[in-house]
Design a protein around this ligand. Structure first.
Ligand SMILES: [Zn+2]
Length: 292
C-alpha cells in the first residue's frame, strides 16, 4: 500500500472520529436573540396563562432534536391569587459520572395590570439563553449530566416575599432534595435578565464564592472581564432555594435598575436586548462548563 494512501485512510478515520464535534455549533448570540423574539411573540406569559402553555410547548418542541430527556415537572403554586398549575421544564443531557451540572432560568413573565408586559429581558432572555444552550450541547462531550431547567413562577403576584416568589425553584429544590438529586449537583448556574444592552453581571454575594471565582476568572481570560462587576451586590433569585439547601449555586443577573428603567414595565421590549450580551454569557458559560 502506498504511503500516501495510508495517510489518506488515517485522515479519513480521524475525520470520522471528529465528525460529532464538527456537527455541534458554538453558542450564537444571534440565534439566542431569535429565540427571545419567539418568546416575546407569545405575548405576556404569566403562570397559568395560555401564552405560557404555548411557549412551553414551543420549548419542548425545540428540545426534540437535542438528544436530551425532557421532563415536565408539574406542581401547584399556592399564590395570593389562589392555587395555580405550574410546570418547570427540565432537559437532561445524560453523562456517565453520576454527577450533574445544572443551568437554570425562568420562562414566566410577571403578571402586570394592563396585561402589556412582555418581558423581553425579564423572562425572555433566560428562556432564549437556555434554548440556544440546548442547541449547542448536542455535540459537546461531557462526563456529567447537564440539566437545563426553565422555571415557572419566578415572579411574585403581589409584594415579593418568601412565600410569594420563586415558585418553580422552591418546588424543584424540594423535590430534588427528597429524591437525592441535590447531592449529585456539582454546580448550579442561574441566569436572569442577561440580554440587556451594556451588560453588567452582578457579583451576587449570596452565591457560591468558588463558582463566582471560576466564572469571573474565565470571563477575564477570554476577554469579557469588563462585563462582570467586581463590587458585590445581592438579590433574591431562583438560585436561593438551592443555596439554602447547601448546593454550590450562583446567580448571574444584570439587575442595574437605574440603567434598566424598563424593568417590570411595558417598556421591557425586544429593542432593549443586545445580541452581544447573549454572546458574552454563552461564551463564558460554555468555557465554564468544560472546567467544572
Ligand atoms: Zn422580574
Amino acid at each position: 500500500m502506498h504511503r500516501k494512501k495510508i495517510v489518506l485512510i488515517v485522515l479519513w478515520i480521524a475525520a470520522g472520529w471528529m465528525a460529532p464535534a464538527a456537527h455541534a455549533h458554538e453558542f450564537s448570540g444571534a440565534r439566542a436573540m431569535d429565540y427571545a423574539r419567539k418568546a416575546v411573540a407569545f405575548g405576556p406569559r404569566p403562570p397559568g396563562s395560555a401564552a405560557l402553555r404555548n411557549l412551553r410547548a414551543y420549548i419542548v418542541a425545540q428540545l426534540k432534536p437535542c438528544g436530551c430527556e425532557v421532563t415536565q415537572d408539574s406542581f401547584t403554586g399556592h399564590t395570593p391569587a389562589g392555587p395555580l398549575a405550574m410546570v418547570n421544564v427540565i432537559a437532561r443531557f445524560p453523562g456517565r459520572s453520576g454527577r450533574a451540572l445544572v443551568l437554570t432560568g425562568h420562562y414566566d413573565t410577571k403578571k402586570m395590570a394592563g396585561g402589556r408586559f412582555v418581558g423581553a429581558d425579564d423572562g425572555g432572555s433566560s428562556t432564549a439563553f437556555l434554548l440556544e444552550m440546548a442547541a449547542t450541547l448536542q455535540g459537546m462531550p461531557h462526563d456529567d449530566d447537564i440539566d437545563l431547567v426553565w422555571f415557572d413562577g419566578e415572579e411574585a403576584f403581589g409584594q415579593w416575599s418568601e412565600t410569594d416568589s420563586l415558585y418553580g425553584s422552591r418546588h424543584l429544590a424540594g423535590r430534588w432534595a427528597a429524591d437525592g438529586t441535590l447531592s449529585r449537583i456539582k454546580a448550579l448556574i442561574n441566569v436572569d435578565m442577561i440580554g440587556g444592552k451594556d451588560l453588567h453581571v452582578m457579583n451576587e454575594e449570596n452565591s457560591s464564592l468558588a463558582l463566582r471565582k471560576l466564572i469571573w476568572s474565565t470571563a477575564e481570560r477570554i476577554g469579557y472581564g469588563k462585563y462582570f462587576d467586581n463590587a458585590p451586590g445581592s438579590t433574591d433569585d431562583d438560585h436561593m432555594p438551592f443555596v439554602k439547601l447547601g448546593v454550590n449555586a450562583v446567580d448571574l443577573i444584570d439587575f442595574d435598575t437605574a440603567k434598566k428603567t424598563y424593568w417590570h414595565t411595558p417598556e421591557d421590549t425586544l429593542d432593549k436586548l443586545a445580541t452581544h450580551s447573549f454572546e458574552v454569557l454563552g461564551a463564558v458559560l460554555t468555557e465554564v462548563l468544560k472546567q467544572l
